[in-house]
Write a new protein. Structure first.
Length: 236
């Protein structure tokens, strides 16, 4: 499985004003790679992930999954792709309030026809994320960090080929951030590609490659030289 982003741009029209949220971005992510994109809010990171997952259509450029254009897929085909090949951790939790943690976690398994039972996988993910004691809890009783870990587990339930993670450690303390990053490293070694966007510089040492996004543009960086960036300018 290989993700290819080639010259992708996204232009939004707000009244008479045009906003170029993503500018001529190119990168690849293959199975087993861990790639990080750093940059603060407004730099275009979330827009880029939504383009890659097919939830937004690019204004220019190509997005290919194993050589197939996601842009040319119908809505139901793109949804099937997201459910079977892509794990997506959005910034918003998106947990259903009337379902327990365990049911929220298993839900993506039942959105497409497939064989097997997700129960064993769900228990494994709860254990690896240190939240097995929350199995029967409802979202309204969870902290922000606990909901974040449930959303991460849910994104991994179908063993995706590539995981798209949008600020996955934003609600977590250093200890739980470490748990998440180690899990991402483990699933990367097991063959899942990981594309993570973040402004948490403590996490970038785990990545194979690091890019910096600023004002919609993406630049490959030497991670050993990234020590600080300003809130508005350097990271967008």
């Amino acid at each position: 499985m290989k993700l290819e982003v080639d010259g992708v741009g996204k232009l939004f029209q707000r009244g008479k004003k045009e906003i170029q949220a993503v500018k001529n971005v190119s990168l690849t992510v293959s199975e087993g790679e861990f790639v990080s994109i750093i940059g603060h809010s407004g730099s275009g990171k979330s827009t880029l992930l939504n383009l890659i997952s097919g939830q937004l259509l690019p204004t220019t450029g190509k997005i290919l999954w194993n050589g197939e254009s996601i842009v040319k897929k119908r809505d139901y085909e793109a949804a099937f792709l997201r459910n079977t090949l892509i794990g997506h951790i959005p910034q918003g939790m998106g947990l259903l309030s009337n379902l327990t943690v365990f049911d929220n976690l298993q839900l993506p398994f039942y959105l497409s026809k497939r064989e097997g039972n997700p129960t064993e996988r769900a228990y494994e993910l709860l254990r690896r994320l240190g939240i097995e004691n929350l199995k029967d809890s409802y979202p309204n009783s969870l902290s922000g960090g606990e909901m974040r870990r449930v959303s991460i587990a849910r994104a991994l339930i179908n063993k995706p080929k590539i995981l798209l993670a949008d600020e996955p450690t934003s609600d977590l303390d250093p200890e739980n951030t470490g748990i998440i990053i180690r899990l991402f490293q483990e699933i990367s070694r097991e063959g899942t590609g990981v594309l993570m966007v973040t402004h948490d510089l403590s996490t970038i040492g785990a990545a194979d490659r690091v890019y910096q996004m600023s004002h919609g543009e993406l630049v490959l960086k030497c991670k050993e030289n990234i020590t600080y960036f300003h809130d508005k300018e350097d990271a967008g």
